[in-house]
Write a new protein. Structure first.
Length: 245
């Protein structure tokens, strides 16, 4: 028996990195998982690895309301209902304020903030109708403390959006929580030329190491499962102690 037997989950940005780790763990605990991403080849590959009866890949721009409607329709067509949404898709860049262009700012807003809002709106109707559901918004350590302009702004917004939605949806049995990872070993931080900077930054983490994606996924699993049945509107931090300093 898995913790998520009979449940259906949508995980955005799930072709690689943290999203892929979330999708794999949820599937291993019995969930049927819809993997969404703009990276079609790797997304299809992951869905194939999990199996046609266990997973479905849908190409998805999270900043598009039409794409969200298609994801919901495809999920219901194959798996009949939606119990879990992991709003995981996100991007980052670390530019000084004076170097951030309007186009940069709009892009990070559209994916990190608007994409989360559209996801909430798209699945809330389905979950309210069935009087149950868990929505997990992946924010960041930088949704709690300052960081780069643009990224920090959107991750603080996800934190606030989570609380507002949790209060509205709680009477309908739908839970909404945010997860705040610190520095995680993903392709997002493994870009060319960043290895030395990441190693140096790790020394400032109280636990003296970068986290593995699976360490975040275990928290996502807790929030997706009935183990967290009385948790909503809350912030769950997995940052190696960074925010405690």
């Amino acid at each position: 028996m898995g913790k998520l037997d009979g449940k259906v989950a949508i995980v955005t940005g799930a072709a690689q990195g943290m999203g892929a780790a979330h999708a794999k763990l949820l599937a291993s605990e019995g969930a049927q998982v819809v993997i969404t991403d703009i990276k079609e080849a790797v997304g299809q590959q992951l869905a194939a690895e999990l199996g046609a009866d266990r997973a479905l890949f849908v190409t998805h721009n999270v900043a598009s309301a039409d794409d969200w409607a298609q994801v919901v329709a495809a999920t219901k067509e194959k798996f009949k209902h939606i119990d879990i949404l992991v709003n995981n898709a996100g991007i980052t860049f670390a530019k000084p304020l004076q170097e951030i262009s309007e186009a940069d700012y709009v892009k990070i807003f559209q994916i990190n903030q608007l994409g989360t809002f559209l996801g909430l709106k798209a699945v809330a109707k389905e979950m309210v109708a069935q009087h149950s559901g868990s929505i997990i918004n992946i924010s960041s350590l930088n949704g709690l403390v300052g960081g780069a302009v643009g990224y920090t702004d959107t991750k603080f917004a996800v934190r606030g959006m989570t609380k507002a939605a949790a209060l509205e949806l709680a009477p309908s049995g739908v839970r909404v929580n945010s997860v705040h990872p610190g520095v995680i070993e993903t392709p997002m931080i493994a870009q060319a030329g960043t290895a030395d900077a990441v190693k140096a930054f790790a020394k400032a983490i109280p636990m003296k190491r970068i986290a593995k994606p699976e360490e975040v996924s275990k928290l996502v699993l807790y929030l997706a499962s009935d183990d967290s049945s009385y948790s909503t509107g809350a912030e769950f931090v997995v940052d190696g102690g960074m925010s405690a300093q």
